[in-house]
Design a protein around this ligand. Sequence first.
Ligand code: NA7
Length: 566
Amino acid sequence: MAGASDRGPDHEFIVIGAGLCGLYALHRLLETGRDVIALEAHPGLGGTWYKNRYPGCRFDSESYTYGYSFSADLLQEWDWSEHFAAQPETLRYLNHVADRFHLRRHIRFDSVVRSAVFDDHTSTWTLELGDGQRLTCRFLLTALGLLSAPMKPRIPGIQSFRGVSFHTYDWPEGLDLTGKRVGVIGTGSTGVQIIAELAGRVAGLDVFQLKPNWCAPLNNSPIGAEEMAHIKASYDEIFARCAETPGGFIHGPDRRPFHEVSREERLALWERLYASPGFGIWLGNFRDILLDEDANREFSDFVAGKIRERVHDPVTAEKLIPRDHGFGVHRVPLETGYYEAYNHESVRLVDLEETPIVEINETGVATSAGQFDLDVIVYATGFDAITGSYDRIDFRGRDGVKLRERWADGPTTYLGALIAGFPNLVMLGGPHSASVATNFPRAIETSVDWAAHLFAHVTDLGCNRLECEPGAEKEWTQHIQDLYQRQLLRKAKSWFTGYNPNIPGHDRTRYLIYTGGAPRYRRELDEVAGDGYRGLVFSSPGEVPHLTSTACQREGEQRMRGVEHD
Ligand code: NA7
């Protein structure tokens, strides 16, 4: 495939995606006078918040920790209405940001990227869009989202259903469920939010549960004018707090050794956390709960007790208590009235471990226990997490190497940002970065800022090509795997470990996320930058790219040293 024309590439930078991360990348690069556009697959911006429009969709990050931190004016002019805002408000916020910083005219909507091919001779990327158009750029940035490749289950007869059916990512606009018999398949964070919202509001709700998750109360509430004014006056402290916690939230772990704290004290803390807003129960709990089997079991028993208190029917309550993993080992869905949903007469829990789905037919779902006739089937079955959105684009690096094939057994990266053999491609919030297990905006600001500094360095050197060394990628990928070994989550079968029952080959651990915590991740990025971008090679087109030090890099460094000495 041809690369850039003699005039050079169409753009210096292309960002794929105009969600939370892509918007910030666009802003950051425009601010420094770069030539950049963003390509967005959908007709509107917002990514996750554009696509997830199901009833009950909302944050479980505190709203005021979720906004961008880069502009004091923006922080002061935006009011959040709830501690955990619902999707429409977040989407309004992102549109406000796009307008406020004049980003919209740099975004090309309805632009699905089908392939991205690197041309070794010109050091450019050529992108082919869904409509056949081609665009070239020097540097390609991916802001594809973590959960943007929806997965429906592989169930016989799924096409034959004559009612309305869809994945939660494609909730039909204006769908009225009044008087309908609805089936929800899947009880992850999404299913849990939908089930709580629909219970008692539809004629019948059948929940098809493969395995239960440990859920905990969101404890949401409105933010009044006075409280919002206080939040606005405290943003410096709020972001400083987020910067010091592993998850980038206001909740940080209690590092007291679990076994040295009395049972009474533990229970008092847990009661308080259960009644408190947000992820405190997961991320503000004893750190040992995520590391030590005994501590985890004791806390899981506490939460099981809460489920038994909240669900009236004891048989249903037992079915809602996970047996295969402890609390916090999977991503914890936060809920508002989820367990009480099962106290409605019109809600039935179908335990698929006991009575598996046999087929989907014209009128509904057939399990080994019988037929469930439905008007609507909602597939809340999750995503091909993190790498799925990469697999859906045909990325080809040096020598035509296909990323999809390189990553067949799991991703290999350097710093969660670079891939050996894929020059001039920088992933923002990609696999192996901290953004996956962190309050997303806090993490992507780190990734985007780091990339912006990297590009400034490339310009200062006078080079226009960057690439990571295979050895650096190997080391980082091993580091990611080692970090998992300390945590109980290494045993989990959830999207945190790349497990997905609907994707062939994803039935074993794939190491997808940086589990060392956001502060450590930032330190590691800073150290690499401080070391003159250790593990990266900078060059110009025409130079042999796999030398550890190229003429361009040597001359640039000498020049920069000269500048420093002047
Ligand atoms: P998740 O958390 O991946 O949940 C998917 C759910 O669907 C989960 O309960 C799965 O059960 C279930 N599932 C998957 N395949 C099937 C089949 N074939 N049959 C029945 N049930 C199935 O996705 P969500 O959309 O809920 O949440 C994604 C993230 O969005 C969330 O973590 C937040 O960060 C935002 P399993 O757990 O595998 O037993």
